[in-house]
Write a protein of this length. Structure first.
Length: 248
């Protein structure tokens, strides 16, 4: 069942969203080159806790860290570790927080130093696809309008839209109903209603849409080894414009 949040719940979720937004703003200020993903994860965990929140991903279904950090061909769910971040790479950082029992969830992809024009365009269009989808997340619209809009924007550039990983409802659980695919038909899915909170998160590949899971059981990589980008916002459906909870 899709939960409708009341005003008080949305106010708490706004605070959870602010924590992840400020965390991702903090990451944007760091010179990532030469840092290991484990070092970046430690800074992220410290920052989340300094805001009086709990890292939402740590221990979630056994995930060992506070952020998912996924470089280049890694799509999502990269486990922070010894990999050293290099100039020219694009780094997806996905962060969750818990405030008073409610989750915030957001992701951004960052360029490290000078990146290729192709990678820069991939990031630009992944973000554009997210924002185009957010704009369609309105009371009375079918969820499929959001999904199909994201797909159209990404595929108009010839990119691969990941199928097997999707966005989701958010609340007291990190993953609630409904699933929010980044592809589909405008008539698909439930009708969106005021008070629904969803995380929209296109994962867009430069090449094939196909992904595979690495032996660590978490890290998803593109099947063809080409780069992938990921942007995510947690938003609230209202009776007018959607409200993005995960911007500072
Ligand atoms: Mg996320
Ligand atoms: Mg998510």
């Amino acid at each position: 069942m899709i939960k409708i949040k009341n005003k008080e719940e949305i106010e708490i979720m706004r605070r959870a969203g602010q924590v992840v937004a400020k965390t991702l703003d903090m990451v944007a200020e760091i010179d990532l080159e030469g840092m290991t993903t484990a070092e970046l994860d430690r800074l992220i965990e410290e920052y989340i806790r300094s805001q009086g929140a709990v890292p939402g991903f740590k221990g979630y279904q056994g995930f060992p860290a506070s952020a998912c950090i996924s470089i280049d061909e890694e799509v999502v769910h990269g486990i922070p570790g010894r990999r050293v971040i290099k100039t020219g790479e694009i780094v997806s950082v996905d962060v969750g927080s818990i405030v008073d029992g409610f989750y915030g969830d957001s992701a951004r992809t960052y360029p490290v130093g000078e990146v290729s024009e192709a990678k820069a365009q991939l990031m630009i269009w992944t973000k554009k696809s997210l924002m185009a989808g957010v704009d369609k997340a309105r009371d009375g619209n079918k969820l499929g309008i959001v999904s199909s809009t994201i797909q159209q924007v990404a595929e108009s550039r010839g990119y691969g839209v990941v199928r097997c990983l999707v966005g989701h409802g958010v609340g007291r659980q990190l993953h609630e109903e409904p699933q929010v695919p980044n592809f589909g038909f405008p008539d698909d899915g439930p009708i969106l209603k005021t008070g629904m909170v969803i995380a929209i998160e296109p994962m867009i590949n430069m090449g094939t849409e196909n992904v595979k899971t690495m032996p660590d059981g978490w890290t998803e990589v593109t099947a063809d080894g080409q780069p992938s980008a990921h942007f995510e916002h947690t938003i609230v459906i209202t009776d007018s414009d959607p409200i993005i909870l995960t911007v500072a």
